[in-house]
Design a protein around this ligand. Sequence first.
Ligand SMILES: Nc1nc2c(ncn2[C@@H]2O[C@H](COP(=O)(O)OP(=O)(O)OP(=O)(O)O)[C@@H](O)[C@H]2O)c(=O)[nH]1
Ligand SMILES: [Mg+2]
Length: 358
Amino acid sequence: MKVALIGPPKSGKTTIFNALTGQNNEVDKYSPPANEPNIGIVQVTDERITRLSELYKPKKTIHANIEFHDFPGIFAQHSDEPESAIFTGIKSCEAFALVIRTFKDDELDQLYGASNPLKVLQHFEEEMILSDMVVAERRLEKIELGYKRGVRTPQVQIEEKTLRRILEHLQENKCIRDMDFPPEEEKAIRGFQFFSSKPILILLNTSEEGFQEAHPALAEFSAAGYLAEQIAGSFEQELSMLDADEAQMFMADMGISQSIRDRITMLCYRLVGLISFFTVGEDEVRAWTINKGTNAVNAAGKIHSDLARGFIRAECFSYDALIAHGSEKHLKEKGLFRLEGKEYTVQDGDILNIRFNV
Ligand SMILES: Nc1nc2c(ncn2[C@@H]2O[C@H](COP(=O)(O)OP(=O)(O)OP(=O)(O)O)[C@@H](O)[C@H]2O)c(=O)[nH]1
Ligand SMILES: [Mg+2]
């Protein structure tokens, strides 16, 4: 999964990115916006994988991971072009983490206005909505032109109908992520990667002193249904440069119980509605990431398209049952080793072995 760190200029995106990835990219108050995003991969901590690895002693253990893309500040001026490379890059990510500055800095206040988290979110959503409107309108104009030339396939008609519905929704100043789409509509608009269709996590970047109290905006974001978290950005960046024991000591002082990686990866999972299933064996123990509600055949396709194509059955047992009973043999004796069909909804912590034939 790819998550984009976005936000106004100088809100601390790169600082938080460095803390997350252990990279050491330049953070600076006066540097001009970067042209390219910084990219880093963060392993998703899951103690279940560690336990499975101890049990199966595989040659290889592969954890799930999240790819973070740290973009330069956006929406500072109104001239941003909806089809710019930066926007295309941002929209190719499945979810956004919006970094909002709450630490005090007189110079940044002067340059970019005093910190006002609620206003920043409102501004971002308005800009995303506007940008999506431009994209939808441009496409509708092209479709109209096509109609005049006699291009009127059923697919284009579904696309047109969906885009009109989207446009109406956007004109009411509402985000696309609040809408529901039947599968054929979802498919017709998937390629647009609309800004306002993506789930958004709010990260309030706070000073070390400010971290001791919950920022008042946190409660307001939660009440409005957003997932929001307070991060002491600069402090976390410094932590990421220490060794584990030292970092633990400083974290305890600040009352932080989990590393920034664990906190943010967990929030991203919740944000997108992700779960993990596992494959195990002598060669490899591996975690796979899927959306909640994914069926067995689509989960198999995540491993390899052949497994979905030739899917016969999924041998399945749960991680919890395995740990409770100690071995696959004991599970079989207890009748906890199941055979599931294509439509079985995979559960978090399922261990799957796909029987297939191609
Ligand atoms: N006091 C304080 N300063 C911070 C914090 N986070 C970032 N800064 C400072 O704010 C400035 C900008 O930080 P960056 O991380 O580069 O911000 P950015 O959002 O990546 O900036 P652009 O990519 O240029 O938009 C730097 O001078 C940082 O040291 C923080 O938590 N506390
Ligand atoms: Mg930056």
